[in-house]
Design a protein around this ligand. Sequence first.
Ligand SMILES: [Zn+2]
Length: 122
Amino acid sequence: MNLSTIFGNYDVGDEQQEWLKTNLSRQPQELSTEGFLWYGKYNKHITANGSATCSCCNGKLFNEANYKDYPIWVVEYDCTKGEKYLVMDGKHRINKAIADGETTIKAYVYTLAELETYVNSK
Ligand SMILES: [Zn+2]
């Protein structure tokens, strides 16, 4: 499965997060901020990338991002550039954490197979 398919099909919104908390509950892990790939990290044509100039929010969500109280949601994936996780929810939080100089961030880690159990439960 390629990356755009994963980002497109496994969007972890509020409903998915509730389902995952209920059915596949786990504690957040403290992970290196270098280990994540998010939609738009390397592609300058994707401007809704969670940065300070993010086109989805004009940087508002970046500025308000609370990565200390709200862990991001990620899925394990071996990226070609070395990252180990895809950010399924929290691209503004990971951008803000890196901008603030944080070297780690809290994340709920799932596998693609686990996200598929959600999709298949619908
Ligand atoms: Zn945005």
